[in-house]
Design a protein around this ligand. Structure first.
Ligand code: SF4
Ligand code: SF4
Length: 332
């Protein structure tokens, strides 16, 4: 670990008062995974099973166990900076452009920062964002020079100052124009360094009057914001209700990412709590990878896709592993 990161870990650990609130809140620990309390004490704690959900830091009264967990996980896994990041600024190679999607005229209303998972795995979500914004009269285009937010574990060998430089560069490129992310994790990571690019759901929440003018949808949905967008639940719900969809009162939680054992247990809970929904509305493209493909799972829509559907555009459906059972009718 480089000396800057080592010093950060050690000062965060020194602040720990040993209350164990982090362990109690940790969804990974509850399912046989990591133990943030032990890691904060400098003990073994299956750090590689940390999901990075941040629940530990939310409840911690004095320090930042998530930061320590992320740094220690990077150290334990020893992953190199990915070639893709060096070549294109994102940690995943780009997926092929999705074919057959209608053209959306570019505009100057706001920029979209897609993030690594959208670029590498679900590129149709970026189309959905452009289309959703256009449907309410906001022209948009991709943020020039957009890169990774620097959250991913393989980038933790950089110091915080190195990672800040990538974020500040994007803020510079935005030149003060509104810029939205498609991943709540990106928004969180940028905000830690004072770069405020809201998630598209928080942005769309300012335009619910315009969303209400769209043809709308007649469907019953569950909302699973994902860990980093849980705080935006109210905005997400306002947007979803403005589309005409009926929102279920489901409990909500973490998908467990790729952590073996933890992912299966948490995804079972998520699918169970959303049973009866025509679709689950998500804000995190990483969550989408686990929901869209879950055996006998419920169809999912990124919140941008829901607004597209409300505007009468269902063209991203063909890219899903689990498609909607039927294209919803218009709002009643
Ligand atoms: S970030 Fe989440 S999974 Fe990791 S230690 Fe904290 S609560 Fe547990
Ligand atoms: S919640 Fe914070 S103070 Fe309490 S044990 Fe965990 S890291 Fe230490």
């Amino acid at each position: 670990m480089n000396p800057g990161n080592e010093a950060k870990v050690s000062s965060l650990r020194e602040l720990c008062i040993g209350c164990k609130a982090c362990r109690k809140a940790c969804p990974s620990f509850a399912n046989g995974g990591c133990d943030p309390f032990s890691v904060m004490q400098g003990l073994e704690g299956k750090v590689e099973m940390c999901i990075g959900c941040g629940k530990c830091t939310e409840v911690c009264p004095v320090t930042n166990p998530k930061d320590v967990m992320m740094q220690m996980k990077a150290e334990a896994l020893g992953l190199p900076v990915p070639d893709a990041f060096v070549k294109c600024g994102h940690v995943l190679p780009y997926a092929p452009e999705p074919e057959g999607l209608p053209e959306v005229p570019e505009g100057d209303g706001c920029y979209v920062m897609p993030g690594c998972i959208v670029k590498g795995k679900v590129p149709y979500v970026e189309y959905a964002a452009f289309r959703a914004l256009e449907s309410i009269g906001i022209g948009s285009r991709e943020l020039p020079g957009s890169t990774c937010c620097t959250y991913p574990i393989p980038l933790r060998s950089y110091t915080d100052a190195d990672r800040d430089a990538f974020k500040f560069r994007m803020r510079g490129k935005a030149k003060g124009r509104d810029t939205v992310t498609l991943c709540s994790g990106c928004s969180d990571e940028l905000a830690r360094s004072g770069v405020f690019f809201p998630h598209i759901s928080d942005y769309l929440a300012h335009f619910t009057d315009r969303i209400r003018q769209l043809p709308g949808v007649d469907m019953r949905v569950a909302i699973e914001p994902g860990c980093s967008a849980e705080k935006s639940y109210r905005s997400i719900r306002e947007v979803v209700e403005a589309t005409g969809a009926t929102v279920m009162e489901n409990t909500r939680g973490c998908c467990g990412k790729k952590i073996p054992g933890v992912n299966e247990a948490l995804m079972r809970e998520r699918e169970e709590e959303c049973r009866g929904a025509d679709a689950i509305i998500l804000c995190c493209p990483n969550c989408m990878l686990f929901y869209d493909g879950y055996p006998d799972g419920i169809p999912v829509l990124h919140i941008s896709e829901l607004v597209c559907l409300a505007a009468g555009d269902s063209s991203t459906q063909r890219f899903h592993k689990i498609g909607l059972k039927a294209i919803p009718g218009r709002r009643k």
